[in-house]
Design a protein around this ligand. Sequence first.
Ligand code: CA
Ligand code: CA
Length: 271
Amino acid sequence: MRRFLFAVFVVFLLMPLSVADDSDGDGYDNPTADYTVWDGADAYPDNPDIHEPVFSTGCDPPVATLDLLEPVTFTCTIGNEGPVALHVMIDVEDDIHLRNQFDAAYYDINSGEILELQVTLSGLSEGVAMARLRIFARANNSSSHSVDLPIEVTGEEWAGMNSHSEGTNPPDISFINSLLDDLSIWLSDKTPWEFDRMQAGIVVLVGSIGLIGTIRRIQARSLWRRNMDKKATDDLQSEARFDAIRRGGGHQHHIEPTIPSSPEVIIRRDK
Ligand SMILES: [Ca+2]
Ligand SMILES: [Ca+2]
């Protein structure tokens, strides 16, 4: 009795694994945790007429016209119309006239759920192009569903290219404008003339040039003075050297007869 119960228990445990269920008898097994629609299971386990997953899709805008390098972003929705949760891979097939900025990725879409994606493409060369949003619901199989994205690329340079360039915002110079405004008010107060921001700017510019000129003149003058000082010092030093030589000669002349500096001299004097 105990052995019989154990056998029943084992059969009960193995049943979902060992017995592949095909509820509707269409030749496609029901999906399980180990064998999903991605692996090849029936996406409609209770409908003998259908086994492939079905999606409802749409992209906005439906068509686009782009200049060269102009981007367009499609908002695409992908709905799972079937009764079973799906695991899908979605990519965008581009065209020689287009640059694709959509990265392929895997998504899980529950039954009745609608996935929303942003697909950005830009014009690369003139021509009529066709990009395709592709949904792969089966491993090792061609796409289950695709959405056409017709795009015409003109030969024109996109006018927004400069204004939309990424990450190169011009430096903020509004503080210079406010400084110039303050200066123009100050100048208008302190002088008999009326100054606006541009005139204040010109005053600053002319003033800067004058200041630079003055600094250069001061630098040149101090350099000249330094050189003159150096020359004077050099002259004094060489004068002193000459003096020393002249004095030195006199001393030797005076000292020599009284204080003998070498044995030779002593010998000579002894003779
Ligand atoms: Ca089936
Ligand atoms: Ca079926």
